[in-house]
Ligand binder design. Structure first.
Ligand code: ZN
Length: 247
């Protein structure tokens, strides 16, 4: 089983225009489709919970985290953002969705401003440029989203290790919409679609991409710490370990 935590600031979801699209909140919509996968053990955590729902016992039992935030990034304590970053560096997989590009953990992991340009009320063609990647299995050449917020370049992030989707918007802009970075022992996937008033997380292709990403980003192991030890030369014990090949 993969232990998945869906983190959400759960703030705009109390407004009518967001409730109309996500009556139980974006986090529960995401958790509900992930729960249909029997290999996933899914829970949610929100900003209004004690310690933002990310107490040590939650964080330390999470293999893959998903993060959606927008207007309340600043209310996540620095200490919690650092703990999330630290667990990624030790191996946890993390998926940042849409406006999470400005979240504290994403900025810490990237080390850049993570700025971009945006405009609400566009349509998007998400182009699958890595058809052999595990994240894109079962996805066509394009995913067309009738309503999605335009996110445009320049996206101020370090060059990704892999790009799996490019976004094209009807207004003319383009964007690196599905990016992967290796950070320490962990992997980071940024996926651009998912504006709060658009039904993006109800789209079966988007659900498939996110589910694929959870499986692919799941680490084999997560280290307790990343030590920086003084190293004895393995050659010092060669004769002991290879009695028939003395040097
Ligand atoms: Zn948005």
């Amino acid at each position: 089983m993969i232990n998945v935590t869906v983190w959400h600031e759960n703030w705009q979801d109390k407004q009518d225009n967001v409730k109309a699209v996500y009556p139980n909140g974006i986090h529960n919509c995401i958790a509900d489709f992930l729960k249909t996968d029997e290999e996933l053990n899914v829970r949610t955590a929100t900003l209004d919970m004690p310690e933002c729902g990310l107490a040590d016992e939650v964080l330390e039992s999470t293999d893959v985290m998903l993060w959606w935030g927008h207007v309340k990034h600043g209310e996540v304590p620095d200490e919690i953002a650092k703990k999330v970053q630290d667990r990624v560096l030790r191996g946890m997989g993390i998926i940042f969705l849409h406006s999470a590009h400005f979240s504290k953990p994403f900025k810490l992991l990237m080390g850049t401003t993570c700025s971009l340009c945006w405009r609400e009320g566009d349509r998007e063609r998400l182009v699958n440029i890595a058809p052999n990647h595990p994240i894109t299995q079962g996805i066509d050449k394009y995913v067309e989203l009738e309503d999605e917020e335009m996110y445009g370049e320049r996206f101020d992030v370090p060059n990704p290790d892999e790009i799996v989707f490019l976004g094209w918007f009807a207004g003319g802009e383009v964007f690196r919409s599905g990016c992967i970075w290796n950070k320490g022992l962990g992997k980071v996937f940024y996926f651009q679609p998912g504006h709060e008033t658009n039904p993006t997380f109800h789209n079966p292709s988007i659900q498939k991409i996110i589910t694929n990403a959870v499986h692919w980003i799941n680490p084999n192991t997560i280290a307790d710490e990343i030590p920086c030890p003084h190293a004895e030369s393995p050659e010092a014990t060669w004769n002991e370990r290879h009695p028939n090949k003395q040097i």
